[in-house]
Design a binder for this molecule. Structure first.
Ligand SMILES: [Zn+2]
Length: 166
């Protein structure tokens, strides 16, 4: 999404519209698919040699539900998109696409779950959850168990010096 710098009013210019879903670059992603255009409501303002861009983004996506194992629809909302860009002399355009993509993807939940919380057949996926035998979730963080196997190095004995009184 490119902004023409010459068109920016010093009082701020609104940019409202949609960008194609491809801006998110989610093709081939196993856990998230873009599900429609990314809409934006931005205010762009020139402040000295900087452009300040702030506003909101909204991106419909399909995420893989960690519970029933199928995709469900949701919307990633960025409520406070705020970036400042240093504009060099002679620069005509500013491309917001990389920051739009990054900010939207930051809103991806770490453990996506569809809104269905019941038992039986999930209305989103048709999967009968009661038939699924999910492995028990352990709370152990694997990253640290590797460290447990490490032997501690030779401990240095600390000798405490006490200021003894004669
Ligand atoms: Zn689900």
């Amino acid at each position: 999404m490119k902004i023409e710098i010459a068109k920016i009013s010093p009082d701020g210019s609104p940019f409202v519209g949609d960008e194609p879903a491809e801006i998110l670059d989610l093709e081939g992603d196993k856990f998230a698919h873009a599900d429609g255009p990314v809409s934006y409501e931005l205010d762009v303002r020139k402040l000295g040699s900087e452009l300040i861009v702030k506003g909101r983004l909204s991106a419909p996506v399909k995420l893989l539900c960690g519970r029933c194992g199928d995709f469900f629809s949701t919307t990633l909302e960025v409520s406070s998109f705020l970036h400042a860009y240093e504009i060099s002399v002679g620069q005509e355009e500013l491309d917001l696409a990389p920051d739009i993509r990054e900010d939207v993807l930051l809103e991806l939940p770490a453990f996506p779950k569809c809104s269905w919380q019941g038992e039986g057949v999930c209305p989103f996926s048709g999967v009968d959850v009661s038939e699924l035998k999910l492995p028990e979730v352990t709370t152990t963080d694997d990253r640290w168990t590797a460290l447990d196997g490490l032997k501690p190095g030779p401990e240095k004995k600390k000798t405490e010096k006490k200021a003894g009184k004669a």
